[in-house]
Write a protein that binds this ligand. Structure first.
Ligand SMILES: [Ca+2]
Ligand SMILES: [Ca+2]
Length: 195
């Protein structure tokens, strides 16, 4: 399991055979520096260049999103320099990215939660080797400041078939839930929505 953090470092909690997690370690890049692209990071895993090795995308408090290529393997990752994704900014900051083939065309799309509560779908219009997340549409509209959830973080998972998370065929379309976590400032409570 991976987690971002307020200072920005990315924490890796290795799952042990008994189902518990080892003490967290902070991820470093292949040059030995801590992976840290900004404050209040949210991290997602996905093989966005289709080389069979999982990579990362990371969102930050200012709304920016970075992609980080894994030049190593799944067991021994070697992360390259983070690259800021041009044109992808979460409204009102707090970018909460998620990688999933949302439209079932075989290419990983980017879902982006934000501080406004809005979730946008960036369709991958590139190819399986070079993603292009330029077109976007609103999946979940921004919440009125005093009413809805803000700081939306998103995740996608096929609970019934976890090995297929992040990948799905046309037939699976609309079978897999989008899970949103957020915070309602007005009521000071956390919210969760499953679509
Ligand atoms: Ca990869
Ligand atoms: Ca897709």
């Amino acid at each position: 399991m991976l987690s971002g953090s307020f200072p920005g470092e990315i924490y890796f909690f290795k799952r042990k055979a008994d189902g518990t997690f080892a003490a967290p370690e902070k991820l470093k890049d292949k040059f030995g520096s801590l992976l840290n692209v900004g404050r209040a990071t949210a991290v997602a895993v996905g093989d966005w260049d289709g080389d069979g090795v999982p990579d990362l995308v990371i969102g930050t408090i200012d709304g920016s999103v970075f992609k980080v290529h894994n030049d190593g393997t799944a067991d021994k990752p070697a992360f390259g320099r983070p690259e800021k994704l041009p044109g992808i900014v979460a409204r009102e900051g707090d970018a909460g990215p998620c990688l999933a083939d949302w439209d079932g065309d075989g290419k990983l799309d980017l879902l982006l939660g934000s501080g406004s509560g809005e979730v946008r779908f960036f369709r991958n219009t590139g190819n399986t080797r070079q993603p292009e997340w330029t077109e976007s549409s609103v999946l979940v509209p921004a919440s009125p400041a005093q009413l809805g959830a803000a700081q939306t973080k998103s995740a996608e998972a096929d609970f019934a078939n976890p090995t297929r998370s992040g990948k799905r065929s046309k037939e699976d379309f609309q079978k897999i839930p989008l899970i949103l976590g957020g915070r309602n400032f007005a009521r000071q409570q956390r919210t969760r929505v499953i679509l």
